[in-house]
Design a protein around this ligand. Structure first.
Ligand SMILES: [Zn+2]
Ligand SMILES: [Zn+2]
Length: 467
């Protein structure tokens, strides 16, 4: 049996336009006149000499082929024997740039003539980056990001600092404005801006926080579409004031975004290991793309998993509506809140099996009227009742279910399920943060005591953080 290997090869674009060949033909030829011996199905990563970055993942398709990529050679191509290397994937981000690769053991320079396969750790890192890129088809993780340490230093002890507003939606416009500790002003050139730019858009910001009794930092929030200003901004209309030594101080900001994924209640968050040679990781309270590559790929993989899980939960919620319409529910469900939850272990991970009858009961309890606004009308289903959807106010995710079942309460119960018209249901999932919060607050006020009656306790702030 042949064990396949992974190689790193160097493409010299002044000799042959490999990039164009790969784009137009989907393969390149690689001379067999080298000491390295490829076998079929080996993987070859291609480092481009012109932009000093790995851009392509190739697979050895054939091991003894006449050269076919002669058209792309700058001078005349040799008539040699070649390996045929097929394009598998292209990577356009900046985690495989020379300076980042050097931090994971890339030596560069000298070995340009012969492909190498002996730096296992480096190749594993490259593999991880390509793996993440292949998983982000339905959403895009930005190339540029900044990891920000929130609430260490003085803030940690007093809870008073300019960063108090970072994870809070602003009352004025519902957006998020973030202070960058310790003294705001970021270096936006590190985030892809030109030196004359005043701000840069489409940046991912990852907020982390020190864990108690440890130097490690856990992820507490992120946004994938922030604007980052070069200079600190001030806007009194946003009402971001704190009192310091009896004085009102306006908190400046350099980060703004329409929304933030709040991860403070995540039971298994990503954690940066801050020790050994990474002990200085958060000395500046921030770092930019590619500074700590090995830990960053782990962080990115965590974010990919998180976004995929979120996506599945929303899909589940909408697929589930058909079942609710069809189920008969004649007897009144009175003890759903104390029945054990059901899980299913599918290919895409553990999910909750929701009871259609509990949702149907909730729709019946509401007389098939939208509980956000009972004047919202839809159409009649073939059961002769208005079409409405069931939405779990405390979202029925695995982590939320586990959290409440630790107190022997099942959140898949009519008390936690709201009857909503399809527009309001979409709005609560996909609406702007302000609009979402408005519905959630209104529904929470209507449901609070019902939930308390069955022993489900949650504050409005905790609930908002779950959306
Ligand atoms: Zn829903
Ligand atoms: Zn409605």
């Amino acid at each position: 049996m042949v064990r396949n290997r992974t190689w790193l090869a160097f493409a010299n674009e002044t000799i042959c336009n490999h990039r164009k060949a790969l784009k137009e033909r989907g393969f390149i030829n690689w001379t067999t006149n080298v000491t390295s011996k490829f076998v079929e199905n080996d993987i070859v990563y291609l480092f481009m000499n012109d932009d000093r970055s790995i851009r392509f993942k190739l697979r050895v398709d054939k091991v003894d082929e006449p050269r076919e990529d002669g058209d792309y050679w700058i001078d005349s191509a040799p008539k040699d024997h070649t390996y045929k290397l097929k394009l598998v994937a292209e990577y356009g981000g900046n985690l495989l740039k020379e300076e980042v690769l050097k931090r994971v053991g890339f030596k560069g320079g000298g070995s340009i003539l012969n492909p190498s396969c002996n730096n296992a750790k480096l190749l594993e890192y490259i593999n991880d980056v390509f793996k993440i890129a292949s998983q982000t088809v339905t959403f895009t993780l930005p190339s540029y990001y900044m990891v920000v340490d929130l609430g260490s230093g003085a803030y940690c002890k007093t809870n008073i600092g300019h960063e108090v507003f970072n994870l809070m939606s602003n009352d004025f416009d519902g957006r998020f404005y973030g202070y960058l500790p310790p003294h705001d002003n970021p270096n936006i050139k590190e985030l892809g801006a030109a030196s004359t730019d005043n701000y840069v858009d489409g940046v991912m910001i990852v907020y982390v926080q020190k864990q108690p009794n440890s130097t490690n930092r856990r992820i507490i929030a992120f946004t994938d579409k922030a604007r980052v200003h070069a200079e600190k901004q001030s806007n009194p209309d946003l009402n971001r004031f704190i009192s310091e030594e009896g004085m009102q101080t306006e908190c400046t900001y350099t980060i703004e975004s329409d929304y933030i994924y709040d991860l403070r209640t995540e039971s298994d968050p990503f954690v940066f290991n801050v020790s050994g040679e990474d002990l200085q990781m958060f000395r500046m309270q921030r770092f930019y793309t590619g500074r700590h590559p090995r830990q960053e790929v782990k962080m990115l993989q965590w974010l990919v998993d998180y976004l995929q899980r979120k996506g599945r939960e929303v899909d589940n919620d909408f697929d589930f509506q058909k079942e609710i319409q069809e189920v008969e529910c004649d007897e009144v469900l009175s003890n759903a809140s104390i029945q054990p939850p059901h899980y299913s272990d599918g290919t895409s991970g553990r999910t909750i099996v929701k009871k259609a009858s509990a949702s149907k009961q909730a729709l019946k309890n509401a007389n098939f009227k939208c509980e956000f606004d009972d004047s919202h009308s839809t159409f009649l289903t073939n059961k002769g009742v208005p079409y409405m959807e069931g939405h779990h106010l405390i979202p029925c995710t695995v982590s939320n279910t586990e959290r409440f079942w630790s107190k022997k309460r099942n959140i898949d119960c009519p008390e936690n399920i709201i009857c909503l018209c399809p527009i309001c249901h979409r709005r609560i999932h996909f609406g702007r943060k302000v609009e979402k919060d408005h519905i959630i607050r209104s529904l929470y006020n209507k449901r609070k005591s019902l939930l308390q009656n069955v022993g489900i306790e949650i504050s409005i702030d905790e609930l908002l953080a779950l959306y």
